[in-house]
Structure formats: structure tokens, C-alpha cells
Design a protein around this ligand. Structure first.
Ligand SMILES: Nc1ncnc2c1ncn2[C@@H]1O[C@H](COP(=O)(O)OP(=O)(O)OP(=O)(O)O)[C@@H](O)[C@H]1O
Length: 595
């Protein structure tokens, strides 16, 4: 089933068997099994207390009230009725206490389980390959770690124990009514097939509606986060109306699904009420007749009426819990869908100690099968050499870089570092020793220091000072209210893109990388910042191997080798002199840039 609009659509779900789906979450339960079992035992006790009430009533009616009517000495019976009342009050008090303990224990266990599940989902998402995030929006993933996990918690806390209680109560009632009067209990059981049929009918439809609702909520979240993320562009290009239209459409889908849910519930509950009244009518008609002819005691009839009413409470309850269960199952499906996504396991065992060579051999790559973005790329870069990559927009420059840092896996050919396949190195070691300075670097929310010094590293002041000096970030930090300890907003949005780039160059210095990959900014950076960035990157590249996606004449000219890409192919390769002599793309780039 697909809903809403293209960009915000949820991935199609594979329908899983409920039991198999629930089994996936059993390990969470087993870790908290003591609390769960305790809570279930309390629930059993609570349902016993429920069942006992009509029984006590029956005793009071049959043993004290009825005999008192025919006896002139009524005082003999008063004490019995009094103690009956006290017993009922005692039962109510015990219910309150046990119920409080049960809720506390179960909620505690539920919180613990969800805490663990949330961590599991979060860490799994963190380990997923970059390609996953281009297909799954922030909003959609946020729904997974918030709403969906909340739904699962509700299932664990309410469904498990309440279903146990309800089933126990139903069984208890059935046993007790059969023991009291077989004939009258058959009259009550007459409606059970009808109850089962309507519950089955209801559950069939409600699951589909719940799935639609979940998908719609995720789409709303997803569209909301994307539209707020891009609010500047939306406002600048006056796209609010269009966004509003899209939102209205998604919201309308959600409304329709909500209405379907209401319809199903609106129908089901009255049907169950009708069946309950029907059963009651049969009990009163048949039981009443037998009581009149004294084949049945009045106390038993009164107890029967109570049990009939009580019988339908768990049925109603079960259907309501069924609701929670359906909701949780559709959330569970989406959580397992994420947990089933394969994390990148291509990493090997090797550490990366220094860089002697980087080699591409006939490398081919496509984001979508059949649509080649890089074709037959071969080149070699030795220690300390610099490579400048040039090419028109969309020619595959960024894609080539993405393969080196393993954001995406290559489809063909070999990529070797120091003669070994890049998959032989641990992904962590590889990324740790390759510094990628992007055009618009991402800074973490936290202090500037946290952004520069790698996590878990203790860096002495002299080293840090030298880094700040070499990356030309010193004057920027001196202007900050708390210097290195100034807290940045998320993504470093309070800084200019040039400032962000300088901090990310300092971050690169701190890791002492073997390979520098630098994506030169195409957007406007003021002359002063540009000069600082140029000096900082030159220092960073000193005595290191580097690759620059070059947009400036100077960076291209000074590189040891220059590669020109067009439509995913290398069309020119060599040093400045050679390529100028070829009078191709590079030659024209040089002459154009000079103008
Ligand atoms: N995640 C992706 N999924 C599918 N196609 C993609 C993805 N990223 C890039 N592409 C496509 O791959 C091609 C090469 O893109 P790439 O970003 O590598 O080019 P580029 O040379 O770096 O361009 P620019 O100079 O504009 O940054 C483009 O046609 C682009 O549309």
C-alpha cells in the first residue's frame, strides 16, 4: 500500500506473521522476566478478587437475606449481611493495593525495555551506510525512535498483563458459572460464537487501518522536518503555498485513516454491548423463570447476572487491548524493518599506518543499478603527491571521493591503499586517517574544542595551540565569548560557512591524517576568509597526500596531477604543463578563470 506523495512515502512493508514479529522482541522480555512474572501473578490475584465479589453476594443473598424473609427473628441475619459487606470492602481495598503494586512493577519493566530498545535502534541507525539516509528522511526515522517505541512500550505494559488477566478472568467465570448451574451457563455461552466472530471481523479491518495511520504519521513527521529544514529556500522562492498543498494532501490521508478507525470502533463497541444485553436477557428470561419455579436460588441468579456483565468486560477490554496490540505490531514491523537493514560490514582487520599509495583500477560505480556514474576510473597517487579533480557539475567528482571514504561501495574494479584493498582495512581506521573537508562542513552541537579534538583524546595545550595556529582559526576563536569553550548551535549554524570550514580544517589537523580530501567551496567566501582557508589547507597538505576537488585556478595549477572528469569518465589526466598543451577542458578552464 502506498500513500501520500512521492518524496515522503514510506517504504513498502513486508507483511510479517504476528507471532514471528513478536518473537523478535522476546529477548527484551526475558531480561526483565522476574518483574513481568511478578506482575502477571499480581494480575491473576486481582482477577481472583474480581471473581470473588459476585460469589460473596450470592452467599449474602442465599444464606442471610432470603432466609431472613421467612424468619420473624431478623436480627440473627443482620451480622451475616454486615460481615458480607465488610468482606466486599476488604476485597476492594486489597484490589487497590495490589493494583498499585502491579502498575508500578509493570511500568518500571516497560520503561527499562523501551530504554534498551531505543538504544538498540539508535545505535543500529548510526551504523547504517550513508545510502540508507538518502532514502530515509529524518522525520521518518524520528518516528521510529519516538512514537513507534512508545507504542511498543504500551503493548508490553498493558497488553501482556491485561490480556493475561482478562483470559484468566474469562476462564474463572466460565468455571464458576458451570459449577453454579450448568443449564444457565449454557444460555450464557450461546453468545460466545457471536463474540468470537465479531472480534475476528473487527481485528481484520483494524490492522490495515492502523498500518495506514502509522505510515501517515511518519509521512507527516517527515514532511514537517524537511519543510522546516528548508524553510529559507521555501520562503525565498515563495513555495509556502505549494508546501501547504502537499501537507494538506498528506494530512487528509491521515484524516481519512482516522475516520476509518473511528468507524470500526464505533461499530464494534455497540455490537459487543448488544451481545452483552442479549446474553443478559437470556439469563434473566431463563434464569428468572427457573428462580420463580424455585429450581434456582435467587443468590445464584444475582451472581449469574453479575458474572454475565463481568464476562463482557474482558471481551471489551481484550478488543481495546487488541487495538494497542495492532498499533504496536505495526510499529514493531517498522522497527524490525530498520533493525534488519544491514550495517556496513565490508571492513577488514588492518590498521592504516601511513599512506604509500592510493590506486584506482578500472573502478565503476552506480547509485542505481544500470545508471553508471563512474566508468572505468584508473589512477595512482603516491605518498606526498597532490591530485586536483576538475569537471563540470554532475561529472562524478563527489561520487569518486565517496568511494574512498566508503560512504558507498564500488560496483566494479579495485581501490587499493598501500597495495591492499580498502575493504581489508577497518572502516574506522580508514576514516580516521582520511580527513574529508567538505564545502559546507557539519559541526556537532557542543563546544568548539569538542569539534576539534577527537573524542577520547587528551591533547596538551601546546599541541592544540599549534593546531589553531596552523589552521588559521586562532583569531576566530579569540573573538568568541568563551573562546574554545563557546558552545555551537547544532550544525554550527551560528557561524559562516568560511568559519565552519576553518574549524573543520583544525579538526582535520588534530587527527593527523595520512590523506586529505578537500572539496573547495564554490559558493562565495569573502576574500579574507578565502585567503585563510587557502593558507590553512596548504599547511594541511604539506608533506601529506591530498586530493582536492578544485574550483580555483591556483589549487589546480599547483597540484602534482590533474584529473578532468566528464560524465563519469577521465577525459584528461596529467600535470599542468601537459594538460595546457592538450588544449582541452583544462586549458579552457584556465583561460576562462583568468577572465
Ligand atoms: N545519492 C545519490 N543517489 C543517486 N544519484 C546521485 C546521488 N548523488 C549524486 N547522484 C548523481 O550522480 C551524478 C554525479 O554526482 P556528483 O555529486 O558525484 O557530481 P559532482 O561532479 O561532484 O558535481 P558537483 O560539482 O555539482 O558537486 C549526478 O548526476 C548526481 O545526480
Amino acid at each position: 500500500m502506498k500513500f501520500g506523495l512521492g518524496g515522503y512515502q514510506e517504504e513498502e512493508l513486508k507483511k510479517q506473521k504476528d507471532i514471528r514479529l513478536l518473537a523478535r522482541f522476546v529477548p527484551l522480555l526475558t531480561k526483565n522476566i522476574t518483574m513481568i512474572v511478578f506482575s502477571i501473578l499480581l494480575m491473576v490475584l486481582l482477577s481472583l478478587l474480581d471473581i470473588v465479589v459476585p460469589f460473596v453476594t450470592r452467599m449474602v443473598v442465599d444464606d442471610y437475606i432470603m432466609p431472613s424473609m421467612a424468619d420473624p427473628d431478623k436480627s440473627r441475619y443482620l451480622m451475616g449481611a454486615f460481615w458480607g459487606g465488610i468482606a466486599l470492602f476488604g476485597v476492594a481495598l486489597a484490589r487497590l493495593i495490589f493494583s498499585f503494586i502491579q502498575i508500578m512493577v509493570m511500568e518500571y519493566a516497560g520503561q527499562r525495555m523501551m530504554h534498551e530498545l531505543r538504544i538498540k535502534v539508535f545505535s543500529h541507525i548510526q551504523a547504517l551506510p550513508v545510502s540508507f539516509f538518502t532514502k530515509n528522511t529524518v522525520g521518518r526515522l524520528a518516528t521510529r525512535v519516538t512514537n513507534d517505541i512508545q507504542n511498543m512500550q504500551e503493548m508490553f505494559t498493558t497488553v501482556i498483563t491485561f490480556v493475561m488477566k482478562d483470559l484468566f478472568t474469562l476462564t474463572g467465570i466460565i468455571i464458576i458459572v458451570v459449577a453454579m448451574d450448568v443449564k444457565l451457563s449454557l444460555a450464557l455461552f450461546f453468545v460466545i460464537p457471536l463474540v468470537i466472530f465479531s472480534t475476528w471481523f473487527f481485528s481484520r479491518y483494524s490492522r490495515a487501518v492502523f498500518r495506514r495511520l502509522r505510515a501517515n504519521i511518519a509521512e507527516i513527521n517527515s514532511m514537517f522536518s524537511e519543510s522546516t529544514g528548508g524553510i529559507r529556500v521555501i520562503q525565498l522562492f515563495s513555495r509556502q503555498k505549494q508546501m501547504m498543498e502537499q501537507f494538506k494532501e498528506i494530512n487528509h490521508e491521515n484524516y481519512l485513516a482516522g475516520v476509518s478507525q473511528v468507524k470500526i470502533f464505533g461499530l464494534f463497541m455497540p455490537v459487543i454491548d448488544l451481545l452483552s444485553s442479549f446474553a443478559l436477557a437470556i439469563v434473566i428470561f431463563y434464569g428468572g423463570g427457573r428462580a420463580v419455579s424455585e429450581a434456582l436460588s435467587l443468590g445464584t441468579l444475582v451472581a449469574f447476572i453479575s458474572y454475565t456483565k463481568m464476562f463482557f468486560r474482558p471481551v471489551r477490554d481484550l478488543s481495546e487491548k487488541h487495538n494497542v496490540l495492532q498499533n504496536a505490531l505495526s510499529s514493531g514491523e517498522r522497527i524490525t524493518q530498520i533493525l534488519d537493514k544491514k550495517v556496513d560490514e565490508t571492513g577488514g582487520e588492518l590498521a592504516l599506518d601511513g599512506l604509500k599509495s592510493l590506486e584506482f583500477k578500472h573502478v565503476g560505480f552506480a547509485y542505481t543499478p544500470g545508471e553508471d556514474i563512474l566508468k572505468d576510473i584508473s589512477f595512482e597517487l603516491n605518498a606526498g603527491e597532490s591530485l586536483a579533480i576538475l569537471g563540470p557539475t554532475g561529472s562524478g567528482k563527489t561520487s569518486l571521493i565517496n568511494l574512498i571514504v566508503k560512504f558507498y561501495p564500488r560496483n566494479r574494479g579495485e581501490i587499493r591503499i598501500n597495495g591492499k584493498d580498502i575493504d581489508d582495512y577497518t572502516t574506522w581506521a580508514l576514516r580516521n586517517k582520511i580527513a574529508l573537508v567538505t564545502q559546507d562542513p557539519y559541526l556537532f552541537s557542543g563546544t568548539i574544542r569538542d569539534n576539534i579534538v577527537p573524542p577520547g583524546t587528551i591533547m596538551d595545550t601546546a599541541t592544540l595551540d599549534a593546531i589553531l595556529e596552523r589552521s588559521h582559526v586562532r583569531s576566530l576563536i579569540d573573538h568568541m565569548p568563551k573562546g574554545l569553550d563557546t558552545v555551537l548551535s547544532q550544525g554550527g549554524s551560528s557561524l559562516s560557512s568560511g568559519e565552519r570550514q576553518l574549524i573543520s580544517i583544525a579538526r582535520a589537523f588534530a587527527r593527523e591524517p595520512h590523506l586529505i580530501i578537500f572539496d573547495e567551496a564554490t559558493s562565495y567566501v569573502d576574500t579574507e576568509s578565502e585567503e585563510k582557508i587557502r593558507l590553512a589547507t596548504e599547511k594541511l597538505k604539506e608533506n601529506r597526500t591530498s586530493i582536492t576537488i578544485a574550483h580555483r585556478l591556483r589549487s589546480a595549477m599547483t597540484a602534482d596531477r590533474i584529473m578532468v572528469l566528464k560524465d563519469g569518465e577521465i577525459i584528461e589526466y596529467g600535470d599542468h604543463g601537459t594538460l595546457m598543451a592538450e588544449k582541452g577542458f583544462y586549458y579552457h578552464f584556465q583561460t576562462l578563470d583568468k577572465d
